[in-house]
Structure formats: C-alpha cells, structure tokens
Design a protein around this ligand. Structure first.
Ligand SMILES: [Cu+2]
Length: 486
C-alpha cells in the first residue's frame, strides 16, 4: 500500500481464519473439532504489523489496510488477535516481544498489565485468570491509538464449576436470574433441547456453544499515517481521535480522509462475516448459544438481530440481575456484552395457524392476518401441544415424514432459516466508503430442530463453528456426518 515505507515492513498475509487458543488447564470441550483450538501452556506474542486485504480477499479488489497486530506464534496472523480461552484461577504464562519502534503493552483490565515494553524488548510474565467472563485484551498505551491500530482481542475465562445442583453459566458468580435461565435450558418445558454446556456428537453440536464478535473500525489512510509517523514517537492521540471521528468528507482527497472505511466483526465484513461459521452461528432449535461482543473501536454499534430476541446476560462483566430480552442493543466503544440467543423456533415461521396470531380470532384488517402488529412476546406461536409432543413444536402443513415415519413440521421443512444481524448505525453497513452491505453485518442460521417428532431433524450440512466446512454431498439425517469421525 502506498505510504508504508518507514518500517521494516513485515507483510503477514492475514488469513481471516478463526483462531482460538486454550492456555492453562485443558478445556476438554474445546477439543471438539468445532472449535479447532490450539492448546498451549505459554502464550508467545510478538507485537508487529501487517497488511490486510479488506474487501474481497483477492487481488481483484485493492482495498487494503495497515494494522498493528498481536501475533501469537502458534496462530495465523490476524487483527484482532487470537481468542484466548482459559479457566478461572489458572496461571497464565506470557512472553511478549515488541517488534515495533515505539513502546507497546499487553493489558487486561483488572487482571494483567505488562507495562511498557520497549522496542526490541521481550518480557516474560505470568498472571492469574480472574472470574469467569469475557474480557478485552489490548495495548493500553497512547490510548486509544495502539488499541484501535489493531492491538486487541478477546480473553475468555471459563468458570471452574457451577454451584452444586446447578448448571454451568459463563460466570463464576451468576445472578439468580442468569442461573435460572441456564438451569432451565434443556429442562423446562419452554426450553426443550440442550442445556448450554451440553453437546451432542451425533448432531455435530458442540457443548458450551459460544461465538466471539470483536467489533472494529479501520481507516486505511489514518492507519498508514500512524505507521509512517516519526520513528520512536507516538502519534498524538487527540489528533488520532479527532481525525478518525470528525475528518470532513472530501471526495477530492479520498486518499487522506481519516474516517473509517471498514467495519468488521472479528476481522471480517459483509459476506465473510455473514457466511463464516465461526462468526455466524449455525444451530438447531433447542441449542442455545452465547455471543460475546467486544467493541475495540471508537464507534458505537447498534446491533439488531432478527429471528430471536436475545438475553443480555452481562455488561462489562457485571452479570445482570434483570435479564433484558431484546432484539437491539447499543455497543459503545470498549463495551463487553454477552448475549444469549435461545434458539427457539422463530415466531414468523408459517404453521397450521398461519403466521403470527392469525389463529386466535384477533381483529384483522381487510382479512390481513398480520394486523394489528404484536410484540414478539405476545406473538410467540406454539400453543397447547398434542400428547407426546413438546410444546415448542410448530406443527402443521405436514407434507412429509421423517426417517421414523413421523410427520416433519413445516418449520423444519423450511430449514435452514437464515436471518440477518445488522447494525442500525448505517455507515457501518458499507465498505470502502460506500460499498453497501459489505460492512459490519452477520446473522443467525437455524439448521433444523432438535424437538421435532421422532427426534432431531436437520438441514444436514450444519457447519463447524471453526474449521473446514462439510464435504459436499448428501448425508442421512441424524447420522454423524463423515467429517466428525476420524
Ligand atoms: Cu433488520
């Protein structure tokens, strides 16, 4: 890219592959191939730089951006850095080498601070993992410049064990409301299916389903300017923020404007964020999944999910006493917020009673069954279940039978169901200054139903969270697919 000349530039090819690493105690569930995690006893980080293809990941689109990155030796180069999983109370050993030419640091609020690491210096440190939850790690020097330049990632601490008589939550000290929700998953009649910590090898469903969305905004012009700033000196932070947020748009000088042009989820945008299994969840009805959302940038994102409302479990590691059930939430810079998507049958799936409340004798306008509109809480479809059928089935309009000879509900017949998650802060939906729908967008897919008559019914090609997709072909329903067995 034009302008990258001062540094002894090391061009990492940023792969865009999901990368996670387990340090300390083993987390056996991370051995599930779905997570594809690397295991280590020591984190070995280099603080360095890289150039990344931002738009199409091929040579046809020249959109690139310069980043500073945390490069772990066992993990492909990427910004954000790897997702690090560990266990509460574990000792984490970490070696960090600063290969850039100004001081840098590795910092986890309330848990670890490397302090300034001089150019060329390597530090050897250790620290103890704190309470179970979601944390942002980042370079806190010359704030927010070093962080926003790409030096950030997610640090996940798993609790040791749930309280006696209770199920796992993501937290060491869950509130009664959060504990109740997780206790109910897989048990209560209104949440049939799997508990959060339960997996099912026969359906390629991993336990502790969680996705990590690190939000970021990138300005190729400003990041190049920082990369080329006087060696050994910090770029003025106030000037960085002012230009990043307020640079007047000037179409005559598109090569100098510092407003962000790329808006990413875990380093990806557009198609790549919407159709990559490690970002976009692919699960069945009855497989609740956690989304950990960390905003490492300087913009607020107003994240809106279709299909299911989600529970806001925790905000900045304050586990919530009253669980909000929402389809839109604001994610401010530096916020760390956990969502729980219950993976219930989306209420707009047609069924024997029509769509929404059309069955209930409610007033209609010109016979239109979708009027008046109702809150989702009131609209939720499943009513009294026939004997032997779980209440969350959406039965009706059956036209086929499953392998056990039972009718397949229309909701399952429609699978996979694909719904968007998009940011209501509109500019973030674009890329390269206006390429719409190539920005910060993802989604949620429903690949089948655990609660169908006769057992699990699925769109068979449920992708792995992280790793290679299934081989092409047609697989029998409810039989372990060939990529799962050795
Ligand atoms: Cu929408």
């Amino acid at each position: 890219m034009e302008g990258i000349k001062r540094r002894d530039f090391l061009k990492f090819g940023l792969s865009g592959l999901a990368t996670s690493i387990v340090v300390g105690s083993s987390l056996p569930w991370m051995d599930n191939k779905a997570y594809g995690a690397v295991r280590t006893q020591t984190l070995n980080f280099q603080i360095t730089d890289a150039l990344k293809d931002m738009a199409t990941h091929n040579a046809l689109n020249p959109g690139q951006c310069y980043f500073w990155i945390f490069k772990e030796e066992t993990i492909a180069a990427e910004s954000p850095g790897p997702v690090i999983y560990t266990t509460e109370g574990d000792t984490i050993r970490i070696n960090i080498t600063n290969s850039l030419d100004e001081p840098h640091a590795f910092y986890i609020p309330g848990m670890f601070n490397s302090g300034p690491i001089a150019p060329g210096q390597t530090v050897h440190k250790f620290f103890t993992a704190g309470a179970g939850g979601t944390y942002l790690y980042y370079d806190n020097l010359n704030a927010p410049v070093n962080r926003v330049m790409g030096l950030h990632g997610a640090f996940i601490v798993m609790p040791k064990a749930p309280a006696a008589g209770h199920k796992f939550t993501p937290y060491s000290n869950p509130t009664p409301a959060v504990q109740r929700l997780f206790d109910d998953f897989g048990t209560a009649p209104w949440w049939p299916g799997l508990a959060w910590h339960q997996g099912d090898p026969t359906t390629n469903t991993p336990p502790f389903r969680n996705h990590v969305w690190v939000l970021h905004q990138a300005s190729p012009n400003l990041f190049a300017e920082v990369g080329n700033f006087t060696a050994g000196q910090d770029y003025p932070a106030a000037q960085f923020v002012n230009r990043f947020l307020h640079d007047p748009f000037d179409p005559i000088k598109p090569t100098t404007n510092a407003i962000p042009q790329y808006f990413t989820i875990s380093g990806q945008a557009g198609h790549f964020a919407h159709n990559t299994p490690y970002i976009c969840p692919n699960h069945r009805v009855g497989e609740p999944t956690l989304i950990r959302i960390l905003n490492a940038g300087l913009w607020m994102h107003s994240m809106h999910l279709h299909a299911n409302h989600y529970y806001v479990l925790s905000m900045n590691n304050v586990v919530q006493k009253n669980l909000l059930w929402l389809d839109l939430f604001n994610h401010f810079p530096m916020s760390v917020i956990d969502w729980m998507i219950p993976y219930m049958r989306p209420p707009d799936v047609p069924n024997i009673r029509g769509i929404g409340r059309a069955d209930q004798g409610l007033p209609t306008v010109n016979g239109h069954p979708a009027w008046p509109p109702n809150e989702e809480l009131l609209t939720f479809i499943p009513g009294p279940a026939p004997a032997g059928v779980t209440p969350f089935q959406v039965l009706g309009n059956e036209t086929g039978n499953d392998i056990n000879g039972n009718p397949i509900s229309l909701g399952v017949q429609l699978s996979p169901l694909c719904y968007p998650m998009h940011d209501h802060s509109e500019p973030s939906q674009s890329s390269q200054g206006g390429n719409y729908n190539m920005g910060l967008i993802s989604g949620v897919n429903f690949t089948g139903d655990r609660n169908a008559p006769g057992g699990v019914l699925s769109f068979p090609n449920q992708p792995l969270i992280n790793g290679p997709g299934p081989a092409p072909g047609v697989y029998p329903v409810a039989v372990p697919p060939p990529w799962f067995t050795e």
